[in-house]
Design a protein around this ligand. Structure first.
Ligand code: HEM
Length: 510
């Protein structure tokens, strides 16, 4: 008898726990189909995926900022409240299995590294992203801006054109120079191929995310997309392996520090060639991120990173850096071209700082470009390049109104937080002025999340702002830009990207 009572009590407690837990669980998003859940939202290409991200975010906001979403058997949470997002981002650092789909490409660089590795590596990498190192890149940013203007000259006065192709190429060259020291300018074919192949690999990762039967490795491994992905990744790895190997050779050389002329003797001809181009371009002995990583020492006095670590980090910096800044620049120029009064105000600020001169941007100029900074932030608020990121909930977490239970994936909607009512009734409008007055900004400092939030936020934030301010200030001193952002159609291919209608026209300023 006592056994039967015990079984009833245990069963009763189990049911009670389930009931109490369900009372704290958030509601499910609408259109939750039996067994399939919300998988139908993932079906279709990048255009449909972007629409789905917007729908999920708006529905979640309506449901009280926390909601459940099911992808077949996989149960997820969605968040749109900025403060709740910060709690999750600062408590759970593991990103969940979706990021594993990028591991064949990015290995265990910062973006995809498991938490144990990420913690030590992020601390070390933070030291290489200091202001002094970034200031050293300003020369590259100025040279690359001038190069872009030279290339755009052929489009002057000719009506609308696709500025994305120029900007993608230029951004890749810039990030390559600062991450590896390699000057891709002289490698036009390699540059064009790198951009195309990177795009293909991004799309293949998205293809896997969209088709849940590919979540199982054995099915994915049999697919033709995976076979093509392997070939593409082999090409991308081939490029970075070549560079990193040569840099490593140079760093392990006993005469590394004995001056540029001596260094020549111990490095291969091809490296010498790259060095030559690099020094010619910058005119200074600048160190790339890759060089700084090789120089870092661990607690035992030896190199902190293995060859593979450096390759993974350099690959990650290139991928995380070039597409994000390029896409933001494409969208920001389009917005500036759509709002004449905004363009006039930026130009006025540029005149205050630079007069009529087309001189280089100096580090002292950057903090003075406050209106331009507001424009860039407003562009990132309306069009966050990474509109949704994920975290694995690895402990039960109490939020404002709900508890999230361990084991589920949490989708943090940056898009949703940026269009949240905390931004006011004009949340959908492009209004850079809101950034100039603390009264017109949301109370919570976590409401702007374009670079994510917490300790696992974007390591390249300061780099990105510096590069964007430099290039736009060169561009607008030379050109008047027109465009119509309302005609632009966007898609989501791992990152937010323009699909069509994003063209601009440029006229030289008198
Ligand atoms: C407008 C430009 C950029 C935007 C909007 C942006 C946005 C973001 C976001 C939202 C994350 C968090 C991703 C996640 O949690 O899954 C992130 C992470 C990261 N970003 Fe950026 N990023 C930009 C530029 C850059 C640049 C220029 C670099 C490198 C030079 C860079 C390197 C990284 C890296 C390495 C991470 C992973 C950090 C970690 O996990 O510790 N980003 N970025």
């Amino acid at each position: 008898m006592i056994y039967i009572v015990c079984i009833f009590v245990i069963f009763g407690l189990y049911l009670l726990k389930g009931y109490l837990r369900s009372r704290h669980e958030p509601p499910s998003l609408p259109s939750d189909l039996p067994i399939l859940g919300h998988v139908h939202l993932l079906i279709g290409g990048g255009l449909r995926l972007w629409e789905s991200i917007k729908t999920i975010s708006h529905e979640c906001c309506k449901a009280g900022d926390v909601a459940k979403l099911s992808l077949g058997p996989i149960k997820c949470y969605v968040l749109t409240d900025p403060d709740d997002i910060k709690i999750v981002a600062n408590s759970c650092f593991e990103k969940g299995f979706l990021y594993d789909f990028a591991k064949p490409w990015l290995g265990e660089g910062l973006l995809t590294a498991p938490v144990t590795k990420w913690k030590t590596h992020r601390k070390l990498l933070n030291t290489t992203f200091n202001q002094q190192v970034l200031d050293g890149f300003l020369d590259v940013f100025n040279r690359q801006s001038m190069l872009l203007l030279e290339q755009l000259a052929m489009e002057e006065g000719k009506g609308s054109f696709d500025h994305e192709k120029y900007i993608m190429r230029n951004s890749l060259e810039t990030i390559y120079l600062t991450a590896t020291g390699l000057d891709l300018r002289a490698e036009k074919t390699l540059n064009a191929k790198y951009v195309t192949v990177t795009d293909k690999v991004l799309r293949s990762v998205i293809h896997r995310i969209q088709n849940i039967w590919y979540y199982k490795d054995f099915i994915w491994n049999m697919s033709s997309t995976k076979k093509q992905q392997d070939k593409d990744i082999e090409f991308l790895h081939g490029v970075s392996n070549m560079i990193v190997k040569e840099r490593k050779q140079y760093h392990s050389s006993p005469i590394k520090n004995s001056g540029w002329l001596n260094t020549k003797k111990c490095i291969s001809f091809s490296l010498l060639f790259h060095f030559f181009k690099y020094f010619r371009l910058t005119g200074k002995n600048l160190k790339s991120f890759g060089d700084l990583l090789f120089d870092l020492e661990g607690s035992n006095g030896k190199s902190a990173f293995s060859n593979q670590d450096v390759i993974d980090h350099v690959n990650t910096l290139i991928v995380a850096g070039y597409d994000t800044i390029a896409t933001n620049l494409v969208i920001t120029l389009l917005l500036i071209g759509s709002y004449k009064e905004v363009q006039d105000k930026i130009y006025k600020e540029l005149e205050d700082v630079f007069g009529q001169s087309d001189r280089d941007v100096e580090k002292e100029d950057l903090p003075r470009l406050t209106y331009l900074e507001a424009v860039i932030k407003e562009s990132l608020r309306l069009y966050p390049i990474a509109p949704m990121i994920t975290r694995l909930i690895d402990k039960d977490l109490k939020l404002k109104n709900y508890t999230l239970y361990s084991g589920k994936i949490c989708l943090l909607s940056i898009y949703g937080a940026h269009r949240h009512p905390v931004w006011g009734e004009d949340a959908n409008d492009f209004k850079p002025e809101r950034w100039l007055n603390p009264e017109t900004l949301p109370k919570s400092p976590n409401s702007f999340l374009a670079f994510s939030v917490g300790r696992r936020n974007c390591i390249g934030k300061a780099y990105a702002m510096m590069w964007l301010k430099t290039i736009i200030s060169h561009f607008l001193r030379k050109y008047l830009v027109t465009g119509d952002h309302k005609k632009t159609v966007l898609k989501f291919d791992f990152l937010l990207k323009p699909y069509s209608g994003h063209y601009i026209a440029i006229e030289r300023r008198k």
